[in-house]
Design a protein around this ligand. Structure first.
Ligand code: SF4
Length: 378
């Protein structure tokens, strides 16, 4: 949900014709005037000029932790996508933090409300509830732990919190599955089938034990009762369109062209690519892996284009290639630009904030239960 406030003092249109240098200077002026009360967070997939303006860049887990631990900040401008801003709002405004601040909320602003996530949109709360009800007709629902990837709406995180489940990130997906299997013999994993499958395969769970739940199928997600009875992990039929662009033939092409090259991919990639990779991990891990490699190392990296381009610029001592001949960038992350950031920050400083993300209190309460479990398991 977004909170209604006074009409913005400044109109977005006037920012769109400004040069990036002018916008950067005005953004810096707001950051100087608000000081530590303002935290600008940026996901690794953001454009370079946006990353240049943030206090911290990171993956979903790192940014969530920062929002959760913030003490001085009263405003967060989140350069990322909608579910990330929701998560920041829930963690920064959890009851103990509100009490520390005498009830004062941290305002979380998403510079462009159109910055969503196509993967998160592949699982609506009504679809998840319907799937859960159907599963409860053929399986013991008390023996299923729901696990949602952090790339999901707050309503799904709340569902998971209410049903004894956990949120995971690409950094702690295995730990989250271990946590779940210590409680129940089955897991329902959404919305990204690939993160769920790649992680579970690495834990020795077989493909046959991972039926795919299609929310558009007529009955039981397109499965028969026997397949669900044999299941260990029921995977939701969702994916990231950016990481789906990487193909096994790209791996073969890069290996042939650059002997000795190592393939490093994000676990949102499909299994056929993930299995061919030498290393894998969250964006945070991808960055650390490159940073730790000796000069002359050769990498083909399968994740969002902006991050790979930045790694190429920051590590000229290494040979870094993008693992696809096709441009794979996150179009919704790309919606955040300096014009939107400057517009949202200047309105914030003027007391007419725009694009505030404030999660419904009941959804926030139950999401927090699942998010706190996420922060506990590494
Ligand atoms: S890269 Fe994929 S999962 Fe990440 S925000 Fe974009 S669409 Fe969503």
């Amino acid at each position: 949900m977004t909170t209604a406030t006074a009409p913005p003092q400044f109109d977005l249109q006037q920012y769109k014709s400004l040069e990036n240098d002018a916008l950067a200077a005005r953004i810096q002026a707001v950051r100087d005037s608000l000081g530590p009360e303002l935290l600008v967070l940026g996901h690794h997939y953001q454009q370079d000029e946006v990353i240049d303006q943030v206090d911290l860049s990171g993956d979903s887990y790192q940014l969530s932790r920062t929002a959760a631990d913030s003490t001085e900040c009263r405003h967060i401008a989140f350069c990322g996508v909608h579910f990330m801003a929701e998560t920041a709002d829930i963690l920064a405004n959890r009851p103990e933090k509100l009490a520390e601040r005498g009830g004062e909320r941290v305002r979380v602003v998403l510079p462009d409300l159109a910055a969503g996530c196509s993967m998160a949109d592949m699982a609506a709360i009504e679809q998840i509830e319907d799937a859960w009800d159907q599963l409860a007709e053929v399986l013991d629902a008390d023996d299923i732990t729901p696990v949602t990837y952090i790339n999901s709406a707050a309503s799904l995180k709340a569902f998971v919190g209410r049903h004894g489940g956990i949120v995971c990130t690409s950094s702690n997906a295995k730990a989250a599955l271990d946590w779940a299997f210590a409680r129940t013999s089955r897991v329902m994993f959404f919305p990204d089938q690939h993160l769920g499958r790649n992680t579970a395969l690495g834990m020795g769970i077989t493909q046959q034990q991972m039926p795919l739940w299609d929310p558009y199928a007529d009955d039981l997600g397109g499965n028969d009762e026997g397949a669900l009875a044999r299941s260990k992990v029921i995977l939701w039929k969702g994916h990231c369109s950016v990481h789906m662009m990487f193909k096994p033939e790209h791996v073969a092409m890069l290996r042939e062209k650059h002997p000795g090259i190592k393939i490093l991919v994000h676990p949102e990639c499909p299994r056929e690519v993930f299995e061919l990779a030498d290393e894998s991990g969250s964006t945070g891990k991808i960055i650390k892996t490159v940073e730790a490699a000796p000069p002359g190392s050769k990498w083909a990296i399968g994740t969002e284009l902006h991050l790979v381009n930045r790694l190429q610029q920051e590590h000229p001592e290494q040979e870094i290639y993008f693992l696809s001949p096709v441009v794979c960038m996150c179009a919704t992350m790309y919606r955040i630009d300096l014009a939107h950031l400057c517009w949202s920050l200047e309105n914030l400083a003027a007391g007419t904030p725009v694009n505030t993300i404030e999660v419904d209190p009941d959804i926030a309460r139950w999401s927090l239960v699942a998010l706190e479990r996420m922060l506990e398991v590494k």
